[in-house]
Ligand binder design. Structure first.
Ligand SMILES: [Ca+2]
Length: 288
């Protein structure tokens, strides 16, 4: 009963929608009931593995708080209140969720440079028995159903993609993450995985910041684009990745279509147990 009262007071005091901050295309802190309104929900099964859950505001994580409850999110001397989005990759399955922020639909134009930041927490037992990893949020430039994901390689004029990726826990039990990229210079049918220099400790919140700049397209029809596309990443404010020689595209009609939130376990191996992660505080902005 105490908890019910607490949450009743808590939700009653949440702020109303605030205007987007300057120099920002989109923010989503998962506090509003209509949080899905500005996301493109491409998959009708979306709600199946998603839940809005309250942050814990004090104390250690204990099993009786429930598997959906994320650990406390602290930063700047305060503990975050409010809610997060829980994503569950269910035992025996691959699919978590698939949604995106579509630039053309929401801002009227597709950019060639963008920053995506969000907070991410893997459950303490996330991917514990894994033999492989899966997909995380990143950027999408899928213009053709026949290229850019799922082992369908790209040719510089049909699609590209730069999703996030996670792998099985390392020797310390941390989860390596990186970019999983379909680009015009790819050598196999599957994308290239480029890992960050630091892995993520499970059971803790982390600030992720991803930057993309598309490469210069070819100047003549049929030509190749320059190898000057850029991906960068920061973890908790420290840069952990940079690659500056990527050929995402040959033609200037390929731009950044969306911030692509694809949560998927695999590869070929399904989740061996329910794997849970939480995200919060999504910000999508022009580079500045
Ligand atoms: Ca929140």
């Amino acid at each position: 009963m105490k908890m019910v009262l607490f949450f009743a007071i808590f939700f009653a005091t949440l702020p109303l929608h605030a205007a987007e901050p300057p120099n920002t295309w989109f923010t989503c802190d998962f506090e509003q009931p209509d949080w899905q309104a500005r996301w493109n929900m491409g998959n009708p099964n979306l709600p199946r593995n998603l839940a809005i859950v309250p942050h814990r505001t004090h104390g250690p994580v204990k099993p009786h708080y429930g598997p959906d409850t994320p650990p406390p999110m602290t930063g700047g001397g305060r503990t975050d209140t409010g809610s997060a989005l829980a994503i569950t990759l269910k035992q025996g399955t691959h699919y978590g969720a698939d949604f995106g922020f579509d630039f053309a639909a929401q801002t009227g134009a597709e950019p060639e440079e963008a920053v995506l930041s969000y907070k991410l927490c893997f459950a303490h037992d996330f991917n514990a028995e894994a033999v492989q990893g899966g997909k995380l949020p990143g950027f999408g430039g899928i213009y053709s159903n026949d290229a850019g994901a799922a082992g369908k390689r790209v040719n510089g004029s049909d699609s590209w993609s730069a999703r996030g990726a996670y792998w099985k826990p390392d020797a310390k039990g941390d989860i390596p993450i990186g970019f999983y990229v379909y680009h015009a210079g790819m050598k196999s049918d599957f994308g290239d995985t480029w890992y960050f220099s630091k892995a993520l400790e499970r059971g803790k919140w982390h600030d992720i910041r991803l930057y993309i700049k598309l490469n210069t397209p070819a100047t003549k029809p049929g030509g190749k684009g320059r190898e000057n596309g850029i991906l960068r990443a920061w973890l908790n404010g420290r840069q952990v990745f940079e690659k500056r020689d990527i050929r995402f595209r040959d033609v200037d009609t390929l731009k950044i279509r969306n911030a692509w939130f694809h949560f998927y376990h695999g590869g070929g191996q399904p989740a061996s147990a329910d794997y849970r992660m939480w995200i919060d505080d999504v910000v999508i902005s022009p580079a500045n």
